[in-house]
Design a protein around this ligand. Structure first.
Ligand code: EPZ
Length: 416
């Protein structure tokens, strides 16, 4: 298993280009199932989860043609299977995103229930309830969701909680339904807006995307389109947390500052000075960061996917920070590992109290989930001495060439 060896204490200097957003690309890849025509996607990030999703789509019969390392064309003209098998779904929960498109276009789907995962139970009951509200007959057999429908019927669906992939699944189901669908309590993440923008280019009729009420007029068919995937706001935020923790000055290219508001507010509070361009951010950090309280919240609040990275920053800050995780029930797996590096953190339920220490000391630590691994890399970059981060296959799921990008910023980091 790959590991990362980091020698910390070096301020970061230089510039990196941020990749396309994983959490926009994953639903967008599934949207190609909604038409028999080719869909061309650009700015696709080179990630393990993307390759996993493409393998799943190819198993269904989708033709995949790469044009270069970030552009590909998908065509779902010869779908031969409607099944997403457990052995693939268990490695990536986002596989559930084929459910809505398969039922919408082919009237059937057999998708394994994703297991839980490190950060929480993460059920998909809202996806299933919503599909049933659109008229699908749903059965749960042997750990699979089996859905049937001659043609989905538009309806009003109010999810019990805000769910990102739930909103995406139901939006993709509704675009080919008969009549109008209203998604109430919809998620407002930029990745949902990006998916909606592609669907509209394909001929869908969607309004309200980006708000908590999305209205979809069903159409009979969709056509092909070309789309550039938005920048990854979480990757960008992770690099900004890194420079805030190590000091130095970096420039991020190919970013969208206006979808990073909550993160940028908190980074400024931590003492990072930021200059924002149209598609770039310059960040300078002198001295130690200030402790910053965090309470995660659905977009446009502070992203849960930035919580672990900010906790790493708070471990070396001057003061005490309160971090409250409101979205997932078990997203503090990185705490024990940060403590091994000398951090002072106490957890009580969904709240962590982080008392900043003068320095962290390098050690061997283990990644437990995607954002926890980014948190450990950030802490290793700030720590004195050498840190080994094990099980970095978690990191590779969501960060393209993380160590190479950090090396270009002067970090002493290598994959072993
Ligand atoms: C998406 O996961 C993201 N993944 C996650 O990013 C992100 O952390 C999460 O949204 C929250 O922003 C992708 O977009 C591929 P939810 P998702 O449905 O859609 C509960 C990363 O690091 N819930 O918004 O699975 C659920 O348990 C990943 O890139 C139900 O109870 O999250 C959670 O507590 C990690 N029933 C809350 O809602 C349901 O049917 C929010 O989950 C659906 C969700």
């Amino acid at each position: 298993m790959d590991r990362l060896r980091i020698t910390g204490g070096t301020p970061l200097h230089g510039e990196v280009t941020i990749s396309g957003a994983k959490n926009a690309a994953l639903p967008i890849l599934c949207a190609c199932l909604l038409t028999e025509e080719p869909v061309r996607l650009n700015n696709v990030p080179d990630l393990k989860d993307i390759r996993t999703m493409l393998r799943l789509l190819e198993q269904l019969g989708v033709k995949v043609q790469w044009h270069d390392s970030e552009s590909l064309t998908l065509q779902a003209s010869d779908i031969t299977s409607y099944e997403a098998a457990y052995d693939l779904v268990k490695t990536m929960r986002a596989s559930i995103l084929v459910l809505g498109p398969l039922v919408a276009r082919f009237g059937q789907a057999r998708v394994s229930l994703p297991g839980g995962c490190a950060i929480g139970q993460r059920p998909v009951d809202q996806h299933i309830r919503g599909l049933a509200a659109l008229g699908a007959q749903i059965q749960m057999t042997q750990g699979y969701v089996v859905a049937q429908s001659d043609r989905l019927q538009g309806n009003t669906v109010r999810t019990d909680m805000v769910t990102v992939t739930g909103t995406e699944n139901l939006m993709m189901a509704a675009v080919l339904a008969q009549g109008t669908t209203v998604l109430e309590n919809a998620a407002r993440e930029p990745e949902i807006v990006d998916l909606a923008n592609l669907l509209i280019k394909m001929g869908a009729r969607i309004k309200g995307h980006g708000t908590d009420r999305i209205v979809i007029e069903g159409v009979d068919r969709l056509h092909g389109a070309e789309h550039n995937i938005i920048s990854d706001r979480i990757e960008a935020g992770s690099f900004l947390c890194a420079v805030a923790a190590t000091g130095g000055q970096i420039r991020l290219n190919a970013v969208e500052p206006d979808i990073m508001g909550a993160t940028l507010d908190k980074l400024r509070e931590a003492g990072l000075s930021l200059t924002l361009g149209e598609d770039w951010i310059e960040a300078t950090m002198n001295g130690r960061p200030n402790s910053v309280d965090i309470r995660t919240h659905e977009y446009p609040g502070f992203a849960t996917d930035m919580q672990a990275q900010f906790m790493a920053l708070n471990t070396v800050a001057t003061g005490v920070a309160l971090i409250v995780e409101t979205i997932f029930e078990n997203r503090f797996m990185h705490v024990q590992e940060l403590i091994r590096l000398g951090a002072n953190i106490e957890v009580d339920g969904s709240t962590a109290v982080v008392r900043g220490v003068d320095t962290l000391c390098g050690a061997t630590v283990m990644a437990t989930d995607l954002r926890a691994s980014a948190s450990l890399v950030i802490a290793g970059l700030a720590a004195q001495g050498q840190t080994i981060v094990e099980r970095i296959y978690h990191l590779d799921r969501g960060y393209a060439q993380m160590e190479h990008k950090l090396q270009s910023l002067g970090a002493q980091i290598e994959r072993i």
